[in-house]
Design a protein around this ligand. Structure first.
Ligand SMILES: NC(=O)c1ccc[n+]([C@@H]2O[C@H](COP(=O)([O-])OP(=O)(O)OC[C@H]3O[C@@H](n4cnc5c(N)ncnc54)[C@H](OP(=O)(O)O)[C@@H]3O)[C@@H](O)[C@H]2O)c1
Length: 326
C-alpha cells in the first residue's frame, strides 16, 4: 500500500512515457483472493469469458487503459460503445480494435455533448455495463469549466450527467464502474470543498485532482447503496499507476531517470492497468462486491472520506443541484 502510494506520488510528477510490459514490483507482488493481482492483465481477467450479447459503454476509449479495456472486452464478444471527445476520435479508436464497437461523441466538459451522447445510447439496446473511465489529471493552473474547477467538472460532473442519464437504461444486472484513483487520498484535508468548487480560494494540481477522484469513488459508493437489493452493481476502481497520456500536463525538471526507470521498477503496463476496470465490469466474481473500492482486481480499503456514505449522499445532492442549473 505504502509503496503503491509512493509510486503514485512520484509518478504523478512525471510526464508520459510508454510503459514496459513487466515491472519489478509487478513480479514481486502476489495475487489477491480473487486469484488476480497487480500483474494481471485485462486479457488474463477475461480469459475464458464469453461476453457475447453484453453491451458496455466506456468513456475515454481512444487512449490509455480505456482503449485497452475496449479492445479486450470487444475481443471477448461484448459490443462496446466507445465514447471519446469527438466522433472522429471515437471512430478511429473503434476501428483500431476488432469485434463489435460503436463510436459515440462525449465531450465531458460540455453538458450538451454528454446529453447528446445519452440520447444516442438511449436509442439503442439497454446497457449491461457503463465504465466511466475518461479523466484529466493535475492541470498546472486553475481552469474553470461552467464556473467549476475543470478536473471536478470533467472527471465528476460530466460523468455524473452521463451516469444519471443512463441509469434507467441499464439492464437488471448491469454494472457501473467509476474510475477513481489512489489519489483520492491526496485531496483536501477537509474532504470535498463544497464551499470552493471553483477553487477560487485555493487551487492545487494534485489536491483538486484527488478531490475529483474522491467524487468518482463516492458516486460508486452511492450507486452501490442505491443498487442494494437488486442485481445491479457499482464499483470504484484504482487502476494502478500506469504510464499513459494522463501525465501530459505534468512537467518536473530533473526527473528523467525515474521517467526511464519507473516503468521497469513500479509502473503497471497498459494491459495491467486496464485489468481492474475490466474485471469489475465483466468478471462473475466481481458481483459479490457491490459498492466496493477495487484495486489490483481485489477489494481494497479506501480513505475514510472514500467510505463515508453521508458524504456520498451529500455529493450526490449537490451534484444534482449543479447539473440542474447548467
Ligand atoms: N494512469 C494512471 O496512472 C492512473 C492512475 C489512477 C487513476 N487513473 C484513472 O484512469 C482513467 C484513465 O486514464 P488513463 O491513464 O488511461 O489516461 P489517458 O491515456 O490520458 O486517457 C484519458 C482519456 O480521457 C479522455 N478525456 C480527457 N478529457 C476528456 C473530456 N473533457 N471529455 C471526454 N473525454 C476526455 C481522453 O481523451 P483525449 O485523448 O481526447 O484527451 C482520453 O481518452 C482516468 O480516469 C484516470 O484518472 C489513471
Amino acid at each position: 500500500m505504502y509503496l503503491t502510494t509512493a509510486a503514485a506520488v512520484l509518478t504523478y510528477r512525471f510526464p508520459h512515457r510508454p510503459g514496459s510490459d513487466v515491472s519489478l514490483y509487478a513480479m514481486l507482488k502476489p495475487h489477491g483472493p480473487s486469484g488476480f493481482g497487480y500483474s494481471s492483465t485485462a486479457e488474463d481477467v477475461t480469459d475464458g469469458l464469453d461476453l457475447t450479447g453484453r453491451r458496455i459503454l466506456i468513456t475515454g476509449c481512444n487512449s490509455g487503459i480505456g482503449h485497452e479495456a475496449m479492445r479486450v472486452l470487444a475481443s471477448r464478444g461484448a459490443t462496446v460503445i466507445g465514447a471519446a471527445r469527438t466522433l472522429e476520435k471515437a471512430a478511429a479508436a473503434c476501428a483500431a480494435v476488432g469485434g463489435s464497437t460503436e463510436p459515440v461523441a462525449c465531450e465531458l466538459e460540455e453538458p450538451a455533448s454528454v446529453r447528446a451522447c445519452v440520447e444516442t445510447v438511449l436509442a439503442g439496446a439497454p446497457l449491461d455495463g457503463l465504465v466511466a473511465n475518461a479523466g484529466i489529471m493535475a492541470l498546472p493552473k486553475r481552469v474553470l469549466c461552467h464556473g467549476y474547477e475543470k478536473q471536478f467538472f470533467v472527471n465528476h460532473i460530466g460523468h455524473f450527467i452521463l451516469v444519471n442519464g443512463l441509469l434507467g437504461h441499464l439492464t437488471d444486472d448491469a454494472r457501473v464502474v467509476m474510475l477513481s484513483s489512489a489519489a483520492h487520498t491526496m485531496g483536501w484535508k477537509d474532504g470535498i470543498r463544497f464551499d470552493d468548487l471553483s477553487a477560487e480560494k485555493a487551487y492545487s494540481d494534485i489536491r483538486n485532482y484527488g478531490q475529483s477522484k474522491l467524487c468518482n469513488l463516492l458516486v460508486a459508493r452511492e450507486l452501490g447503496r442505491r443498487f442494494e437489493g437488486t442485481e445491479r452493481r457499482a464499483f470504484g476502481v484504482h487502476p494502478g499507476v500506469i504510464a499513459t497520456n494522463l501525465g501530459r500536463n505534468m512537467t518536473m525538471p530533473g526527473m528523467g531517470l525515474f521517467n526511464r526507470l519507473g516503468p521497469l521498477l513500479v509502473l503497471k503496463s497498459i494491459p495491467q492497468g486496464a485489468a481492474t476496470e475490466t474485471w469489475a465490469v465483466a468478471h462473475p466474481d466481481a458481483r459479490a462486491h457491490n459498492g466496493a473500492y477495487l484495486a489490483d482486481c481485489n477489494v481494497k480499503r479506501s480513505s475514510s472520506f472514500g467510505a463515508d456514505l453521508d458524504l456520498a449522499a451529500k455529493l450526490w445532492a449537490k451534484s444534482e443541484e449543479i447539473v440542474a442549473a447548467l
